[in-house]
Design a binder for this molecule. Structure first.
Ligand SMILES: Nc1ncnc2c1ncn2[C@@H]1O[C@H](COP(=O)(O)OP(=O)(O)OP(=O)(O)O)[C@@H](O)[C@H]1O
Length: 277
């Protein structure tokens, strides 16, 4: 439903940040975009609702091409909401509630509906009670939650989150993973960029790997984390539990090529190995 075709983008004449990226995200999917610092993840995301216009290539939603006139952009942005890497780039209103209300008000929704959406969005990110607070009095993690609420209040079909866990405390990371899984279960398509490989298998059905402005691989987390050459090229590591089982294999445990990616999978594998010995 969200499709990018051969996007090229240069910030200046001698540096091309995206060198021809194509990808498709199916409706209802939850995907992760992995890549080292400077790979082009944010640049790609800023194309997904027309903040950047590519030098070449196109972006489509539900088969409809994004044009860069006001009407097309507005329509596209109702469907695709982006949570920026830095919440200070997103939050600008004098109070939290005004900030979260900004998008729904711009859609021309009645005041009562706007208030309901603001209340619900703040509650879902654990920020009820901060309605009247000035955003610059919030911590980094709290600002991130408000930025997410602002996009949630728009009720988008697709949510794009650029490193959403950066700046969150450990419980905040768990809460966000749960929220994203809930939103995905409710039918929202989710695209996330991250460096946190330990979390990826907990939510991503599919992973894309970006290296120097080019996608070099796509597949399930199992497929991607089983390819050391891809991980090395992208400066990525396997999840820590996978690393543990790879080390156990070198101590003589037979993994049959199947390495756990999550704590739950690791627990099952341990029990299986213990029962055999
Ligand atoms: N506004 C800009 N002007 C010039 N170059 C830029 C600009 N923004 C990004 N770049 C360059 O484009 C490349 C891709 O940057 P981008 O921010 O998309 O990477 P990223 O994968 O999101 O990195 P990170 O993981 O560090 O957030 C980098 O080499 C970066 O220096």
């Amino acid at each position: 439903m969200l499709e990018v075709k051969n996007i090229k983008y240069s910030y200046n004449a001698d540096y091309q940040a995206l060198k021809g990226v194509s990808l498709k995200v199916e409706k209802g999917d939850m995907v992760a975009l992995l890549g080292k610092n400077g790979a082009g993840k944010s640049t790609l995301f800023l194309h997904l609702n027309g903040i950047y216009q590519p030098d070449e290539g196109q972006v489509f939603i539900d088969g409809e091409e994004l044009k860069y006139d006001k009407k097309s952009l507005l329509k596209f942005r109702q469907k695709v909401g982006i949570v920026f890497q830095n919440p200070d780039d997103q939050i600008f209103a004098p109070t939290v509630e005004e900030d979260v209300a900004f998008g729904p008000l711009n859609l021309g929704l009645p005041m009562e509906e706007v208030q309901d959406r603001v209340e619900e969005a703040l509650s879902r990110v654990g920020m009820s009670g901060f309605e009247k607070t000035a955003p610059h009095h919030l911590s980094g993690g709290q600002k991130k939650r408000v930025a997410i609420a602002g996009i949630l209040a728009m009720k988008p079909e697709v949510m794009v989150l650029d490193e959403p866990t950066a700046g969150l405390d450990p419980q905040g990371v768990v809460d966000l993973s749960i929220l994203l899984n809930e939103l995905n279960d409710e039918g929202i398509t989710i695209v996330i960029s991250t460096h946190e490989v330990d979390l990826v298998p907990n939510y991503a059905k599919k992973v894309f790997v970006l290296v120097d402005g080019l996608l070099i691989a796509e597949g399930t987390p199992k497929e991607i984390f089983a390819k050391p050459e891809i991980l090395e090229q992208a400066n990525l590591k396997v999840p820590i539990v996978t690393d543990l089982f790879q080390q156990l294999e070198s101590e003589g445990f037979d993994m049959k090529g199947d390495y756990p990616l999550t704590i739950d999978e690791a627990k099952d594998k341990f029990l299986e190995l213990l029962n055999k010995n």
